[in-house]
Design a protein around this ligand. Structure first.
Ligand SMILES: Cc1cc2nc3c(=O)[nH]c(=O)nc-3n(C[C@H](O)[C@H](O)[C@H](O)COP(=O)(O)O)c2cc1C
Length: 187
């Protein structure tokens, strides 16, 4: 078995942050595909392997930015639409993760849970490579029209997230409440 220092793993787990702003140069899909191959070793009940990773190229990124801008235009007007478009076009890399739906409520929930484990694997794998990720679930991504735009059947798959990735321009700080607030010991 390969040896690693648990302290290193703890540093990655604690140090990973959601990244808001990226350097403009894309990191390319090779490292992302490598991370996806790792990500899918996440636990998944009944081995449903419910994850589908859509690796977004520039043409699709442009289509998404236009869709998001149109969505914003209706909700908040022209200035907000332009800001949304510019913001999304400044993101160097994107992927979308969906979870296979199931008619069985528990399986559906567990599929989504497995996808969340997978994406955490992916983010943690990329972080020590100097690549940050942001998980987003903004209103425009929650529409059937967004799925239809991407040629994904919204009755067969549900959105886990629309993800941004690249080299962080800045790493935000974060905090967590005291661990004593979240641990309930039972005799
Ligand atoms: C299911 C899920 C959805 C999220 N959606 C958004 C989002 O739409 N916009 C956003 O800015 N951050 C989003 N985030 C990122 C969280 O805001 C972020 O994880 C949180 O602020 C803690 O920061 P950290 O990841 O650096 O610890 C999402 C995270 C999860 C798990």
């Amino acid at each position: 078995m390969q040896e690693f220092e648990p302290a290193d793993l703890a540093d990655v787990l604690r140090g990973r942050r959601s990244v808001n702003f990226f350097e403009p140069e894309p990191v390319g899909t090779e490292i992302l595909l490598e991370a996806i191959e790792i990500a899918r070793w996440a636990p998944n009940h009944r081995l449903t392997e419910p994850w589908r990773f859509y690796v977004i190229g520039d043409e699709t990124a442009e289509t998404i930015a236009r869709f998001a801008a149109d969505f914003e235009l209706e909700a908040k007007g022209e200035r907000a639409a332009q800001l949304r478009y510019d913001r999304l076009r400044a993101i160097p890399g994107n992927f979308i993760l969906t979870s296979r739906r199931s008619d069985d409520e528990i399986v559906d929930l567990e599929n989504y849970a497995a996808c969340c484990c997978a994406v955490q694997n992916l983010m943690l794998y990329l972080w020590p490579h100097g690549i940050g990720v942001k998980w987003t679930t903004g209103a425009f991504t929650q529409t059937r029209a967004f799925f239809e735009l991407l040629g994904i059947d919204p009755d067969a798959e549900r959105l886990v997230g629309f993800f941004w990735y690249g080299i962080p321009k800045a790493v935000p700080t974060q905090k967590r409440r005291d661990v004593s607030e979240i641990v309930i010991e039972k005799p």
